[in-house]
Design a protein around this ligand. Sequence first.
Ligand code: G4P
Length: 530
Amino acid sequence: MNEKEIAARRTFAIISHPDAGKTTLTEKLLLFGGAIQVAGAVKSNKIKKHATSDFMEIERQRGISVATSVMSFAYDDILINLLDTPGHKDFAEDTYRTLTAVDSVILVVDSVNGVEDQTRKLVEVCRMRDTPIIVFVNKLDRDGKMPFDLLDEIEKELKLSLHPLSWPINMGKEFKGVYNLYDSSLNLFTANQKSTEDNTIPIADIDGPLLAERVGERDANQLREDVELLQGVYGELDVDAYLSGAVCPVFFGSAVNNFGVKELLDTFIRIAPTPQGRDTDKRHVEPTEPKFTGFIFKIHANLDPRHRDRIAFLRVCSGRFARNTYYKHTRLSKDVRFSNPYSFMAREKDVIEEAYPGDVVGLFDTGNFKIGDTLTEGEVMQFTGIPVFSPEIFKELVNKDPMKTKQLEKGVQQLTDEGVAQLFTQHGGNRKIIGCVGELQFEVIQYRLLQEYGASCAFQPLSFYKACWITGEKKAVEDFVRFKQNNIMEDKDGNLVYLAQSEWFLNTERQNNPDIEFHFTSEFKTAMTQ
Ligand code: G4P
């Protein structure tokens, strides 16, 4: 019975550099899924690029992002769970964590700008887990880079092997449409295409007269040449290679015009992976296993300060999750049950009775959960693959109100449990350093500590370059810790972390301490505790 539910689900995320068209594409997919009726219904959940210090605006937008954190809709009898990722780079950690809860991604690349900064980082994270990627090259209605050049750029810059499944006929003002290489059909471009329209024209013979009739002799000839070249180079798509993350199918289109989106979605539900298994510190868990397991990949605070509860996002990994049933919270070794778990179907928060692998369930939490926490039917294990990355910016936490020390400590603990930032405490001391990916988080933390905990703090900038988790032979680690006392901190789980002032320092320490391993992510932890 589980198998049927698993086969009918696809859980994925759309990733892109801001402005490439992620929100627009999301909206079009929801239109196809009938989850929304009119364009414009999905408010952009991205924190606007210009918002740097307007807290209320940040919070308001974060509020919107709760509602659209997971969008579930049905298409062709397939239940699609689309997990949203914040576009703003300062919330990159949130995105990385969300990617641990999906089985595949659609990467949107802007045909004008090509590969951008954030695209690189996101693809690196996908690579860590060999997440299958489908590429959607967007904005073909604008004059962008030439398609072959774009493929080249994506392959080189992102180190991805691509496999185009559609091919554009011109671009910008001359854009005529795309040729579907998979089923040899032509889709002619019309701006603002409506979702129900199907403009595909089967092309039985690419050398026949029909093609030229539709796109003109010159473009028909160019397309024939291109298709011959593509077929020679790429041949048939190897779906297994896609599923193992080795090859990425590519589609061309224009999200804002709803062009090329249906082809993308149809192929997606055909080839995208069904909910996959996950590793734990003890063993691999298959989705088909009868017993329920799941993990928390995201925690969202309630924006209303009168209600301190939070929403924990649970990805179901195996078995069947049921309402009002006791499950084991393995980190706390405590049984917990949920009377109002909810799903995100059609953007309404509905209380659900059950959920299956691939589903995301919203759980009300009063402070029990931390990112990565695992729920099971009793087996003691912890899902892995939810690494913490080195922050980019470090600041010392300064308590400005000694009367509120307790509140500050509690607030910092809870906010860092949510994954807003990372907390490092001086090894053998009490200094607290907060590490974030972007400046915005410091503002969010300061604001929330005051609003929600009544604690006021300041941040003292520190010039550290990276946080490295250190492991190695016991004596070597002890010596290193003694020598580098001022740079040694502990993360929230008590793991030793070395804060390097610069790349040069880090390299020097690496050379001088061959018995010590310096890790840029916390993921080694699993190996250590085994
Ligand atoms: P993001 O979530 O990845 O940040 O991007 P988003 O969808 O918000 O799109 C960024 C901008 O690109 C938007 O314009 C959007 O309308 C535009 N866009 C998306 N797809 C296409 C496309 O296929 N062709 C063209 N020409 N533009 C596209 P904006 O002016 O920033 O916002 P808006 O006022 O249009 O909402």
